[in-house]
Design a protein around this ligand. Structure first.
Ligand code: ADP
Length: 485
């Protein structure tokens, strides 16, 4: 079974969020499963960092796609021999800025074309007209809106014999554009209808994938159910419900080579569930590095996140003074909505030795916050899976979360019963409100004061099987089911 894994980001080539972590780990692990035979290739746009980091990169074909000349560059990942095909086109992908937006955070205006080309290349590689006669995928695994047109091109344009799966990592991002793009994107007129890729008068890349893919998956069982409801379905709940039999939720794992307190290259001391001593050293280093008062007895609450409405972190600034008063410190890393950034920055100015705020994207600091803080805050309004709460579990940093999506599937609230059954791993809010967040943090703080009980919660979390190996087996059976369909 040959698989083409199509993605717009993959760690360590390029990363803006959880999709990169999944794309960097899942294909790498599937190919090592004893039950799997075949080969996997990852397809990704040739952004500058991708071209710079690919090992043994060389051109294997030239294709003209939607009027644009592209080179297909084959190489391998910097940290494994997973094969990667980069779609190289200087004008489309080799820009200063992020994969989706410019340095000011504005979406690239030609995103429909940039990601339609990625999608169409995937479809061509899975067609009988592929320029790579020696390697053909039996299955194309697409991820999020950026690859959503692939199943449409496969069915409607290239009449591909291969099957397709679309994984939804976040339904909130849909890649919608004006119907005027239809011809430029090479999509047939008849596809622009409710039983097709039309979404409230626009072209929707994501809806195209949801409609035309043979199978659908999302990144947690709870989110798979939630997106079939009005509250979480972004208007696609009807279609998703009609495809319920083809939709499965598989919780993400974590890449133990990158995220393990026993071998993390970013942290100054390693630790494990049988010896947590190193965590205290990292905490002290973190306090020093961030300019926080060095105090082992002050609980540090960590945040590493995009600062957007989804993440619910707007609930935090107004309750911070009370928590600082109670002795807490904060280590916050993230960027996003300017109003929220400045609300956090105001807190850092007001309480300089208690609140540290770092705006921007810092891989190294994110590992040290996960390892060196005492609790991790993630009050998301919706969360398809969420990775940081999984990192928190692995690093003995109990997460404080809302009961939604992957958070509900991965964190077990601490109470008498869950403590007794050794299942308590964190703290779950009753609802998404400032009061509920405050009360839940206060509840966590009172348990923190009882360090032997706290340690039990840490160890329960660190014992969880969060490995990709288990998840990869679920994906493999999804792949098999899709081929048998
Ligand atoms: P999402 O993909 O919705 O942003 P996830 O929790 O699924 O959220 O994944 C976020 C990933 O991005 C995690 O690996 C997290 O550590 C990382 N991340 C988010 N913001 C930052 C940041 N400012 N600096 C470093 N890493 C970040």
């Amino acid at each position: 079974m040959n698989i083409l894994f199509v993605t717009s980001e993959a760690f360590p080539l390029i990363k803006t969020g959880g999709l990169a972590d999944v794309s960097g780990a899942l294909p790498k692990v599937v190919r090592t499963l004893p039950q799997y035979s075949g080969s996997i290739r990852l397809l990704i746009p040739g952004y500058n960092p991708v071209l710079a980091k690919l090992k043994n990169a060389h051109e294997i074909a030239k294709v003209t796609v939607l009027g644009q000349q592209c080179s297909l560059v084959l190489g391998t990942m910097p940290d494994s021999d997973l094969a990667v095909i980069a779609v190289q086109n200087t004008f489309l992908y080799e820009r200063n800025g992020g994969p989706y937006n410019d340095a000011q955070g504005h979406d690239w205006l030609d995103n429909p074309l940039r990601f339609a080309i990625l999608s169409r290349v995937a479809s061509i590689l899975a067609s009988t007209n592929s320029p790579l006669p020696d390697w053909k995928p039996d299955l194309v695994h697409c991820n999020d809106w950026q690859t959503g047109l692939t199943p449409a091109y496969m069915k409607l344009v290239d009449h591909s014999p291969a099957k397709s799966i679309l994984s939804i990592h976040n339904l909130a991002f849909q890649g919608n554009c004006h119907p005027g793009w239809l011809h430029t994107l090479g999509l047939p007129e008849e596809s622009f209808q409710i039983n097709g890729l039309e979404y409230y008068g626009q072209i929707s890349f994501l809806k195209a994938g949801v409609f035309y893919a043979d199978k659908l998956s999302t990144v947690s069982p709870t989110y798979a159910k939630e997106i079939q409801t009005e509250a979480f379905g972004f208007g696609m709940q009807g279609l998703l419900k009609s495809r319920a039999d083809d939709l499965i939720g598989i919780l993400n794992g974590i890449d133990a080579n990158e995220w393990s307190p026993e071998k993390d290259i970013h942290i100054s001391k390693h630790f494990s569930k049988s010896n947590l001593a190193g965590k205290k050293v990292i905490k002290a280093n973190l306090q020093e590095h961030l300019g926080l008062h060095i105090d082992a007895n002050a609980p540090i609450l960590g945040v590493v996140s995009r600062l957007t409405y989804q993440k619910g972190l707007d609930l935090l600034p107004s309750i911070m003074p009370e928590l600082v008063q109670a002795g807490c410190q904060f280590a916050i890393l993230g960027s996003g909505e300017k109003g929220l950034e400045s609300a956090f920055n105001d807190m850092a100015q007001r309480f300089p030795s208690r609140v540290s705020v770092t705006n921007g994207y810092h891989e190294h600091l994110s590992h040290n916050i996960m390892a060196g803080t005492d609790m991790f805050i993630m009050p998301s309004r919706f969360e398809p899976c969420g990775l940081n709460q999984l990192y928190g579990l692995a690093y003995g940093t109990p997460p404080i979360v809302t009961r939604t999506g992957g958070l509900a599937d991965s964190v077990c609230d601490t109470n008498e019963l869950s403590l007794k059954h050794h299942t308590a791993t964190g703290f779950v809010l009753e609802n998404v409100s400032e009061m509920s967040l405050l009360v839940t943090i206060q509840r966590a703080l009172s348990v923190w004061k009882d360090q032997p009980t706290w340690k039990k919660i840490q160890i329960n979390g660190m014992k969880q099987d969060l490995s990709w190996e288990t998840r990869a087996i679920s994906y493999l059976s999804l792949y098999n089911n899709t081929l048998e369909q």
